[in-house]
Design a protein around this ligand. Sequence first.
Ligand code: RVP
Length: 505
Amino acid sequence: MAFYYEEPSRTFNEYLLVPGHTPASCIPAKVDLKTPLVRYRKGQEECPISLNIPMVSAIMAAVSDDHMAVALATEGGISFIYGNQTIESEAAMVARVKAYKAGFVVSDTNLSPDTTLEEVVALKEQTGHSTMPVTDNGQAGGKLLGIVTERDYRLSRMSLDTKVSEFMTPRENLVVATEGTSLKEANDIIWDHKLNSLPIVDANDNLCYLVFRQDYDTHKENPLELLDNEKRYLVGAGINSRDYAERVPALVEAGADVLCIDSSEGYSDWQKMTIEWVREHYGNDVKIGAGNVVDREGFRFLAEAGADFIKVGIGGGSICITRETKGIGRGQATATIEVAKARDEYFEETGIYVPICSDGGIVYDHHISLALAMGADFVMLGRYFARFDESPSAKVMVNGTYMKEYWGEGSARARNWGRYDLGGKKSLSFEEGVDSYVPYAGSLKDNIAVTLLKIKSTMCNCGALTIPEFRDKAKLTTVSSTSIVEGGAHDVLLKDKTPYASRVR
Ligand code: RVP
């Protein structure tokens, strides 16, 4: 007979935290959000890789490319570069993150001399970048021929088919610096010549980087930056359980710090085989996360298979329709609570702590606090990060409002059927995700600062200065549907009619 769970499975929205005593010493500025990323012998050794904030970006084409990875590592988290692309292009993204030097930007908006003004305007709209280098082949790394900024064209006076070569500021009028120039020296040149940006070229005049005026100060002020021993940003990469024998070596060679099997359902032999392959070829030198699971058995299976961290969550993602199409999944809160218990039980038995990641279904910032209180070591977010300038998807105007495109890896648009591996050849398939818009929200830096402040402030309300302390002290209560109404603004006439949820997440 089928097994029935006694209790319904619950979502984050069904819980609240009851505050505890806040000592005077407990203030947000003192909260430390450091958290382990990979398995270790807790109490006996340091965790080999920790995050400085408990947030990672989802393994999705609409979310995690090299730009997102740099922006998030700057703030103390890590991105998992999406795996639904060729091995070469994924490895190239990883390599770009590892080659990135704070303050030195590899331009992703490059023009060729034949690009038209119309295309320049469209690119600016799409990427938000107004400084665009012109190279002979139209790519970063090509020979520098000039630069286009907003000062080089006037839309009211120029025909849209004017070629870039006719209005760019040409190379001979540009101040440039050569490779090897330090950020401090570049910044001095920028100030001495009153520039907004400075191209850095190699000995053959090929474009290497741009240094922007405003970036110098920003890069001096990132105390939580997540760096390796050589001061390069940490970056993760998604893999699948089909082509790992080719993909893993390429990603490791490119410098990936941690891998994660990207699958909608991880309690499977395919994941075990993938982890075993990695252990056989790299021992414990290559770190690999696995998932997703939603119960104790799934966690035990992957922990015993050797996963370095385990992701929790099936069907809770904002763009995910797995529960509707297949009828599998579990409320994200219930799944997180049960898997956290399984992790602690495994630690008691073995002395090995395997961090867990609550993946998907974070709608409000306070859901992150709830996930941490319920035992998650960190959370993975897709929709949250998709809204920012740094996500790879297009920024488009919809009904007068800026939106970013956001689609599921199981949608027809992504066609990432590798995530849904049941072995054998794929002949028939069906969608498990949708294509959508999310409201554009600006820069990652500005948004994450507010989110982190909310989390820290909630932790202080519960008297906690660290995540483990928060977990120990947290008192969670379920809420009735009427108390959810009580929790929002009610029985007043709102001056701003936009629902709170649409204004702030
Ligand atoms: P969210 O943050 O709620 O947008 O959820 C993101 C998560 O949703 C991802 O990390 C992944 O686990 C899941 N996902 C991605 N694509 C799909 C799908 O197409 N069903 N689901």
